[in-house]
Write a protein that binds this ligand. Structure first.
Ligand SMILES: [Zn+2]
Length: 198
């Protein structure tokens, strides 16, 4: 953390346990990934220091499911044990106003079963408004990554990074799971609809 601070490099810390996470927050971590067993005191510290929480709920869920990035009986038990705990922490963090961003601790390959759209759906199920969940995946994530001035929102002068979905995610967050078009920095990366051709 000290070496990173010398060069202004933000540090993300993957921590399930409270003790390590708390030490990381006190040392100036930009974000805590997982945070499964965070205490109320550590969450309060995160609120004060504006440390992000990246719950990676979908990754905990992946542990419990066949296929995906994480498979095995021990991981399955761990995931089932951690999910209710992570849910409690999420609800407390959200109520406290801790900054929350989406993230997935996996390879994000074609075989990956967890997706950010599913993380957003979990956030809504656990008490966020759909608008907050979309923000967690966009403006909040951009802020965490130090990219607030170039991406995370559709704005003049920003990179053209956006997706097209078949309905309003503010009415039904699961629309995020059916991506029709991905535009990355102005270039079409995925197109599932006949569009713009005569
Ligand atoms: Zn991790």
């Amino acid at each position: 953390m000290q070496e990173a601070a010398k060069r202004n490099v933000p540090v993300m810390i993957h921590a399930h346990g409270d003790e390590g996470a708390r030490a990381a927050v006190l040392a100036g971590a930009k974000s805590i990934e997982h945070g499964t067993f965070l205490s109320d005191e550590t969450l309060q510290l995160m609120k004060e220091r504006e440390t992000f929480l990246v719950p990676t709920f979908i990754t905990l869920e992946d542990l419990t499911q066949p296929g995906g990035d994480y498979v095995g009986p021990v991981l399955e038990l761990r995931g089932k044990f951690m999910m209710p705990q992570a849910e409690k922490v999420f609800k407390k963090a959200h109520a406290l106003g801790v900054k929350i961003a989406t993230g997935a601790d996996n390879g994000y390959t074609a075989n990956t079963i967890s997706r950010i759209s599913l993380e957003c759906a979990h956030f809504v199920r656990m008490g966020m408004s759909p608008y907050e969940a979309v923000q967690a995946a966009t403006v909040r994530s951009a802020e965490l990554l130090g990219l607030s001035s170039s991406t995370g929102q559709i704005e003049k002068g920003f990179d053209a990074d956006f997706i097209l979905v078949p309905g309003n995610p503010l009415e039904e967050i699961r629309f995020l799971q059916d991506v029709l078009l991905v535009v990355s920095n102005g270039r079409i990366a995925l197109k599932r609809i006949p569009f713009g051709k005569k």
